[in-house]
Design a binder for this molecule. Structure first.
Ligand SMILES: Cc1ncc(C[n+]2csc(CCOP(=O)(O)OP(=O)(O)O)c2C)c(N)n1
Ligand SMILES: [Mg+2]
Length: 543
């Protein structure tokens, strides 16, 4: 990966004195962290006042929106982005989004402001008690012991976020910024980190033996496979094997082209149906996915019979916890490529393995399926679809296939409120691609402050809100539990909220209006410079 040549400023040569703040700015410049997503408070004022012009400040009106937007930006650019939060209040508000960054393996460097070191012992107003505040969701947390260690800690956080794929936190007392910077040789961070890309013959051979002895192999693609290179490598292996490829359940991203003839659909998210789906296969190899991440819990094993399960990923956490006979910790695209050259070639299936559902009947009432079908019929291949519509998540996957890397993005941890601002960050980071966020009405309200940021910074996202008047998935779960929900339905005027936050909005109530609006709006999505929200009233699906 390209990294700028490192020029450590500091007090090199003893010419002039620079501050910890100046040294931090140099880290930002070196690491391409020049867009700062933030919601600041008084503890951040010394740092932010008179910000150099080459740094772009992006305000979010809630810390969930700030971290979500930054993580969308990181996903889009495939490199860490930078966040600044305000002490306990800011970090506390951001925890849901931070946990989502961890589950989605999104690299974000997060600075958190703290009170002045000189009176922290008195627990002054706004002093933060940060120990464990974000749980173990961050991949790395540092409270530097002296001001001079701060720039190195930020640079190390960058490396940690990249290597461990997640949020890395540095807590900085407000008094540190004006301190004299340390000498360059005191920076405890590597100038360049090259992550060796190789896979060894022994690992490939072990997998090849396992696959070649299989009579009916299948592959599972996980979120970690969502890059051009990884899609290509897995396609090459799948075509060599002529086998079915499934997407892992609750995937934050798509790991395989869902318009490929060997695409076989989503793996069921409960063991009962998973066992049936996997029954035809004697060997299943997951790439970039754990074996298996499910919900709700169903008793029994993942498979009916003695199916051999294997996993290949560069994510040690998912490799270690997988219920697999063989787990290979390696860059999955390299392993897939090597296997594609090595395993026995088999005939490919005729036709398509995945049968999309028939379009819903063209009659009222308007249902979520109509909206998803209409989008599936119209969206360009390179559209980034952000999903946060719990009761329609599966339906969305059936009707809107991911046809390019980043074609499908979702909060892998299930915490609502992330998708709205993440889609704005994705659009800012990928200005040439259309971005469409498909959100539940509940999910929209969790993240609604983000509409202001999308509008203010010109993120031309199309927000499609499926307004079914409540938490339908929760109603469905209550019905399955055999009772009535304790929570009420609700009717929130989301279009009015959007307009109040500076985002254009249109309310839609029937199919003709839906089709006319999409025909009007969708072709212009690549050039859109402002968000548009469609509040679509849909008949709630049955419980
Ligand atoms: C931050 C957060 N709080 C609560 C929940 C629990 N929860 C899961 S789904 C859901 C309702 C979602 O409603 P909506 O977005 O309207 O989607 P629908 O189920 O109606 O399709 C809730 C409250 C959650 N996932 N995240
Ligand atoms: Mg709803």
């Amino acid at each position: 990966m390209g990294e700028a040549a490192v020029d450590r400023g500091g007090r090199a040569g003893g010419v002039g004195l620079s501050t910890v703040r100046d040294a931090a700015f140099d880290v930002f410049r070196r690491r391409d962290l020049t867009t700062l997503f933030s919601n600041p408070g008084s503890t951040e004022v010394p740092f932010l006042t008179g910000l150099p012009e080459d740094l772009d400040f992006v305000l979010g009106l809630h810390e969930g929106a700030v971290v979500s937007m930054a993580s969308g930006y990181a996903l889009a650019r495939r490199r860490p982005s930078l966040v600044l939060l305000h002490t306990t209040a800011g970090l506390g508000n951001a925890v849901n989004a931070i946990a989502t960054c961890r589950a989605n393996r999104t690299p974000v460097v997060i600075l958190v402001g703290q009170q002045d070191r000189r009176h922290i012992a008195f627990e002054p107003f706004l002093s933060g008690r940060f120990e464990g505040l974000a749980g173990d969701y961050p991949v790395w947390v540092d409270q530097p012991l002296r001001a001079q260690s701060v720039p190195g800690a930020i640079e190390r956080a960058y490396h940690e976020a990249e290597t461990r794929r997640g949020p890395a936190l540095v807590i900085v007392p407000m008094s540190d910024w004006a301190e004299e910077a340390g000498e360059p040789h005191e920076t405890a961070a590597a100038d360049r980190v090259l992550r060796a890309a190789a896979c060894d013959d022994a690992s490939v051979a072990a997998l090849a033996v396992l696959i070649d002895r299989a009579e009916r192999p299948a592959l599972v693609a996980g979120a970690r496979m969502d890059t051009d290179e990884r899609w290509d490598a897995l396609v090459a292996l799948a075509e060599r094997l002529g086998c079915a490829v499934y997407q892992e359940a609750f995937s934050g991203q798509a790991g395989f082209p869902q318009d490929h003839p060997q695409w076989a659909g989503l793996l069921p998210f409960d063991r009962t149906r998973l066992r049936d789906t996997l029954d035809p296969y004697d060997t299943v190899v997951a790439f970039g996915a754990p074996v298996f991440r499910q919900n709700p819990y169903h008793v029994g094993p993942f498979t009916h019979g003695p199916t051999t399960l294997a996993v290949v990923s560069d994510d040690a956490d998912e490799v270690h916890r997988s219920r697999a006979e063989l787990a290979v910790l390696a860059a999955p695209e390299l392993v897939a490529r090597a296997l594609a050259e090595r395993v026995r070639e088999r005939p490919r299936p005729e036709g398509r393995l995945f049968e999309p559902p028939a379009p819903p009947p063209d009659a009222p009432p308007l249902k979520a399926a109509h909206v998803l079908q209409a989008l599936g019929d119209r969206l360009a291949e390179d559209t980034v679809v952000v999903e946060e519509c719990p009761s329609n998540q599966v339906e969305l996957t059936l009707r809107i296939p991911a046809r390019r890397p980043l074609g499908f993005v979702s909060a892998a941890m299930g915490g609502l409120g992330w998708g709205l601002s993440a889609s704005a960050g994705l659009r800012l980071g990928l200005p040439e691609r259309p971005v469409v966020a498909i959100l539940g009405d509940g999910a929209t309200v969790f993240g609604v402050q983000g509409l202001w940021g999308a509008a203010r910074y010109g993120a031309g996202v199309l927000y499609v809100v499926l307004k079914n008047g409540g938490y339908r998935i929760m109603d469905q779960l209550a019905a399955r539990q055999g009772g009535a929900p304790a929570w009420p339905s609700f009717d929130v005027d989301i279009a009015a909220m959007a307009r109040g936050l500076g985002c254009d909005a249109t309310a839609i109530g029937d199919v003709a209006q839906l089709h006319a609006t999409l025909d009007d709006v969708v072709p212009g999505l690549p050039e859109r410079a402002s968000p548009l929200l469609l509040e679509i009233t849909v008949e709630p699906d049955s419980v």
